[in-house]
Design a protein around this ligand. Structure first.
Ligand SMILES: [Zn+2]
Length: 794
């Protein structure tokens, strides 16, 4: 008789058992969710033949009023309408208006619940001095743009309407497709104190030498994005969704005190007018050097700190094909630089920092910039800009084209002046520089819509940052990127899917940075493998550099270029909050019967003997029995048990063996072991299985099973594992590569989870007011000796 192969039989059974439940198809195609491909964005995820994007060129003349901490400027914008649409008005972003006392960012912000406030104990949970100061200052600070004249290039006034952080300019006549329009805006604003009010821009004041350091960004009215998917990007700036802008060329002149050093997007056009001969000579040397060359030394910067220039200098920069422009200026700046030229990249890596940043900054900053470019070039595209800058100032970490602001500094002991830094500060600095310089790729060049999707720049960038940090040193302390690092978050409540607008994200860092980075690691290491993944990921960068991709373009490119349907992956990781949790539920072993009654019946007998003796039998042991007392009662059945081989059995075996073909006999002789393993998908997110099989002889090996194993039943499946010798252990995901949130159900047999219990002594005698009252009062000197509390780490 022929039997169905075991796997087919088991499968039919599993399907019929589940037929009553509604079928949750985790592999259904994403087309029901994604926008329909068209001639602008095609079905393979590439820009279509009718792709278009707008362009805006800027000429800006700006002046820093150092004493009043304000900027005043005039800008000329030339806007190119490359769309097929007629535009009756233009929308401009006025992101500085977030600092107005009545901004939506302030009025719509909420705080933790009353219960959370009432429960707050200690520094971590409670309100800090800084938090209270920030709230009070933001209610009174005279922030936001003061818009002066808005005129056409021929001087005709234009009507405009300000809507919070947006401004609409009504055009004399609609802009036709293919036309350009030039207009001017005069504006000024007061600069926020970044350490007090927060923000991605602002000044920092140094009490010791009474100088300021300015990091200046979203400082001029900028063209809002207009594109095929959303029309005008009309989301107000609330603080989380960053800046979505058009590419263009910039010509910017910055007038600052003559003793300032300016770091800026773009290339300096007039070094002869603003740099000394020796600085220019050092810069020339830096271009060909293989380590950083100091352009302004610490000693020179410290000398500059003590003077105050009364005159000004104008620094002239030009930048081509950038989507924004930022700068930093101070007389406190130390400046070092090193050229980097390889492939299509020819750039100057440059760092600007006050003495308070040393000794960390002179050692790591410029090196970290070059490391970033080297690594990101491999995975994305050749860095195309002439400069890559890292500035130390009040902003903790923020990116702009060619320039980034990075916060970490050593700690200075108030009394001894000793400079030290923690491991966290060191790797925090290297990490933040890699991250912010890395943003040049995502989203400064691969220009995704940040105000819509934070993950498209932060997630992709954090993923490449993870790989770059791996290449910095072995065991680099990684907080994001490893699948295991996302497990606590995946277990947490109040999650939203990655595909959620930037302003509505809960658990922002985990949602938009860590989870996409971990997901891409799973995709690279576990789902696709490095070759397929790296090719597709680079293809995405190549297709979309200097263009504006949407999520669908990323998803489709990764599938198209890897030749793999990943709809299940995007659906699970990006559109749901389900976690991975696979449980190994049960295992049944099948040996293949030899059909030989001598072997098989002996085996059955030994199985029976292995069964535990019943309690009754145990207790009746030694009991006198009738058949023993009267042996004449015994017969054939007392001599032969149920497993006795009969001649009938032997004849049947011989007949069977004669009827078998040679290959069938050989198969019987192989003696394979079959294991039926039940897996339950407890978490819901479908995942590849990574099975570590341990054999009796000690050998271990891995079987990798693609996620499609769940395609007919996403909740429960049974797999057949065939081994040469008995299997003694099975572990699902032995390397923790799938972000499984509960590994305690991953092993068969189950493993004990080890931990240590800390016992605490009961505190007695606290709150004895009588004793506290009698404690002698300390003098001022005694208090000083005890030491002031340490300044908190950045
Ligand atoms: Zn970032």
């Amino acid at each position: 008789m022929r039997r169905l192969p075991i796997s087919v039989a088991a499968l039919c059974f599993a399907m019929s058992a589940l037929a009553a439940e509604p079928f949750d198809d985790k592999f259904r195609q994403l087309e029901e969710v994604l926008p329909t491909p068209n001639t602008i964005r095609n079905a393979s995820g590439a820009p279509g033949h009718a792709y278009w994007q707008q362009r805006a060129d800027y000429t800006i003349r700006a002046r820093l009023d150092e004493a009043n901490r304000s900027i005043s400027a005039t800008e000329t914008v030339t806007y190119y309408n490359n769309s097929p649409d007629s535009l009756p008005y233009l929308w401009i972003q006025l992101d500085q208006n977030i600092f107005q006392p009545g901004s939506d960012a302030r009025t719509t912000s909420t705080v933790a619940s009353r219960e959370a406030w009432a429960k707050a104990r200690g520094e971590e949970e409670g309100m800090k001095f800084e938090g209270m100061r920030s709230i009070l200052e933001s209610r009174t600070f005279d922030g936001g743009f003061k818009i002066g004249a808005v005129k056409t290039s021929s001087g005709q006034p234009l009507t405009y309407t300000i809507n919070k952080t947006m401004m609409r300019i009504d055009l004399p006549q609609p802009m036709k497709p293919g036309s350009r329009f030039t207009f001017n805006i005069d504006f000024s604003y007061n600069i926020n104190e970044a350490k007090v009010m927060g923000g991605r821009t602002g000044y920092e004041k140094f009490d010791e030498d009474k100088n300021d350091l300015f990091e200046i960004a979203h400082w001029f009215p900028r063209m809002a994005a207009y594109y095929d998917v959303y029309g005008w990007q009309h989301k107000q700036f609330l603080g989380a969704g960053e800046f979505t802008l058009e590419f263009g060329d910039y010509d910017v002149q910055l007038t600052v005190p003559s003793d300032h050093i300016v770091a800026s997007t773009g290339e300096l056009q007039n070094p002869g007018a603003v740099l000394t001969a020796i600085q220019r000579e050092r810069l020339e040397r830096a271009r060909k050097s293989n380590k950083p060359v100091v352009i302004v030394t610490q000693r020179e910067a410290e000398a500059a700190e003590k003077r105050r220039a009364t005159d000004t200098k104008t620094w002239h920069f030009k930048a081509k094909n950038v989507r924004d422009f930022a700068f930093a200026t101070s007389r406190k700046f130390i400046w070092d630089a090193q050229g980097y030229k390889k492939g299509g990249t020819d750039t100057m890596a440059m760092s600007y920092y006050p003495k308070e940043g040393n000794p960390l900054w002179e050692k790591y900053s410029t090196q970290a910039i070059i490391h970033t470019i080297e690594q990101y070039n491999k995975y994305s595209l050749d860095y195309p800009y002439p400069a890559a800058i890292s500035v130390n100032g009040p902003v903790g970490g923020m990116e702009y084209p060619m320039i980034s602001f990075n916060g970490p500094r050593p700690t200075k002991d108030k009394k001894t002046g000793e400079l030290t830094y923690s491991k966290r500060t060191k790797y925090g600095l290297i990490g933040v520089i890699i991250h912010e310089v890395g943003h040049n790729y995502y989203p400064m060049i691969i220009n995704s819509d940040e105000r819509q999707w934070t993950w498209m720049d932060e997630g992709l960038n954090t993923f490449v940052q993870y790989m770059a940090q791996q290449a910095w040193e072995e065991n680099y302390p990684q907080s994001r990127g490893e699948p295991r690092a996302i497990v606590d978050y995946m277990r947490s409540r109040n999650q939203v899917p990655i595909m959620t607008n930037s302003e509505s994200l809960l658990q922002f860092g985990n949602n938009a940075y860590s989870k996409p980075a971990a997901a891409l690691n799973v995709l690279r290491e576990t789902v696709l493998g490095r070759d397929l993944f790296d090719f597709a990921f680079r293809e995405y960068a190549q297709r979309w550099k200097f263009k504006r991709p949407t999520p669908a373009d990323f998803f489709r490119t990764m599938e198209d270029a890897s030749g793999t349907d990943l709809d299940w992956f995007w659906r699970g990781w990006f559109y749901t909050t389900e976690p991975v949790d696979v449980s190994v539920d049960g295992i049944t072993e099948y040996g293949i019967s030899s059909k030989n009654p001598e072997t098989e019946k002996a085996l059955q007998r030994s199985r029976r003997a292995e069964e535990p003796m019943s309690v009754t039998d145990q207790r009746n042991k030694g009991m006198p029995r009738r058949v023993d007392a009267q042996p004449e009662l015994k017969d054939f059945y007392n001599e032969h048990d149920d497993f006795t081989v009969t001649n009938k059995d032997r004849n049947k075996y011989n007949e069977t063996m004669e009827s078998l073909e040679d290959w069938e006999k050989a198969l019987l002789a192989q003696g394979k072991h079959l294991y039926l393993v039940d897996f339950t998908n407890v978490g819901g997110l479908v995942t590849p299985l990574v099975l570590e099989v341990e054999l009796k002889g000690g050998k271990k090996y891995i079987e990798r099973v693609p996620a499609e194993v769940w395609r007919m039943s996403s909740k429960k499946i049974t797999k057949l594992i065939v081994t040469d010798e008995p299997m003694v252990g099975l572990t699902q995901d032995p390397y923790w590569e799938t972000a499984d949130i509960d590994v305690s159900n991953n092993a068969w047999p189950r493993k004990v989870t080890p931990s240590r219990l800390e016992l605490f002594k009961t505190k007695r005698g606290e709150g004895d007011m009588m004793k506290d009252f009698n404690t002698p009062l300390k003098t001022k000197t005694e208090q000083d000796k005890a030491g002031a509390p340490e300044k908190a780490e950045e």
